[in-house]
Design a protein around this ligand. Structure first.
Ligand SMILES: [Zn+2]
Length: 352
């Protein structure tokens, strides 16, 4: 059933009005439900989500055109909508364009919640609300392309790991960035960061493994600022993963200037992700539509207290078992930390 449209803005906040038109006070909850209804309504239940039936249902046509940005959303004269997608952006990354189109669907969902289109356009595009609207539409794109339950259940069953992550990206047909953001959204108290061996050109610093991007973050999540070097992690999982492929530690001390945090962490060498998901990426001829992963190592981190509280324990249990199987350790076997260190791996504490 279509939700009631609203003709006024009683809260002087269009996102609050949108939420209330769907019987909640939380815009993200309203958007998640709208996206779920749209997917279920056209039978798009399992990944990769095909956007075409969704576009058809919403009366949207996608056209290629020259645009300065990634996309332009327009109202068609005869009714319905059109999304102009930059041809250039599409040829750089088909997966990113899928996300862009899904993001524009988020805008349309918002517009359609209001009876008076002109008024809703003005309210939703006002500078005051623009950032919140953009963030909600990015959330909508993730809800459409990476359904929470499907992603969550894959991670709970298989855990985090190079093979799983590569498979997930291929299965959901999304960009790396979209996947990192969504994993951090779906897993409680978890964040993701990418690392590269480099020195930032505008600073007088030495080359080291440094954070390039952090996804997730917030009060309960481990947060790594851009440029941070791996010496703030004890043990240094990033150097381990850069050498050996992946590195798991059930207890890592994250020592930042003002905070010290214990985290569960898995660091994966990006080559491992690429070889397992898209062998063609190492082909000397660049493949259109796929953007390579611009990182040496990717790390998944969860605050240890969230794991011990059980909030995310199954994911780390599955991660640990998969890691042990891959590294030739039976999951029932207890592994002394010094035994692991002597193999040049990393100090592990398995008894959580
Ligand atoms: Zn937008």
């Amino acid at each position: 059933m279509e939700p009631a449209t609203t003709s006024t803005f009683p809260n002087s906040d269009p996102l609050r009005d949108f939420a209330e038109s769907r019987g909640t006070s939380v815009p993200r909850d309203a958007m998640a439900e709208a996206c779920r209804q749209l997917r279920v309504g056209v039978g798009e239940l399992s990944p990769p989500i095909d956007l075409r039936p969704l576009l058809q249902k919403m009366d949207v046509k996608v056209v290629h055109e020259e645009t300065s940005g990634d996309a332009i959303l327009r109202r068609r004269t005869g009714g319905g909508w059109s999304i102009g997608i930059s041809k250039d952006a599409y040829s750089r990354s088909r997966r990113r364009s899928r996300f862009t189109i899904a993001h524009e669907l988020g805008h349309i969902i918002l517009f359609r919640a209001f009876e008076d289109l002109g008024m809703s356009v003005r309210a939703l595009q006002s500078p005051e609300h623009w950032q919140a609207v953009e963030s909600l539409c990015n959330f909508a794109a993730a809800e459409l392309l990476l359904p929470r339950e499907t992603l969550e259940s894959a991670l709970r069953t298989r855990g985090l790991g190079g093979e799983t992550i590569g498979d997930l990206r291929r299965t959901f047909d999304v960009s790396w960035q979209a996947l990192w953001i969504r994993i951090a959204e779906v897993l409680p108290s978890t964040s993701v960061a990418t690392w590269k061996f480099h020195a930032r050109p505008d600073r007088n610093e030495r080359e080291a493994f440094r954070v390039t991007q952090s996804y997730g973050g917030g009060r309960s999540r481990p947060w790594l600022p851009e440029g941070l070097t791996s010496r703030y992690l004890d043990p240094d999982l990033i150097s381990e993963a850069a050498d050996g492929g992946d590195a798991l530690a059930i207890e890592v001390d994250l020592n930042l200037s003002r905070t010290s945090k214990k985290i569960h962490a898995l660091a994966i060498n990006s080559k491992q992700l690429l070889t397992q998901s898209e062998p063609g990426l190492f082909d000397p001829t660049p493949i259109a539509h796929f953007r390579p992963l611009d990182a040496d190592v990717v790390i998944f981190m969860t605050a240890s207290e969230a794991v011990s509280s059980g909030a995310i324990a199954p994911v780390w249990e599955a991660t640990r078992s998969a890691w042990q199987v891959r590294n030739g350790v039976s999951s029932s076997q207890s592994l002394a930390p010094e035994e692991v260190s002597s193999e040049g791996q990393l100090a592990l504490q398995l008894d959580i």
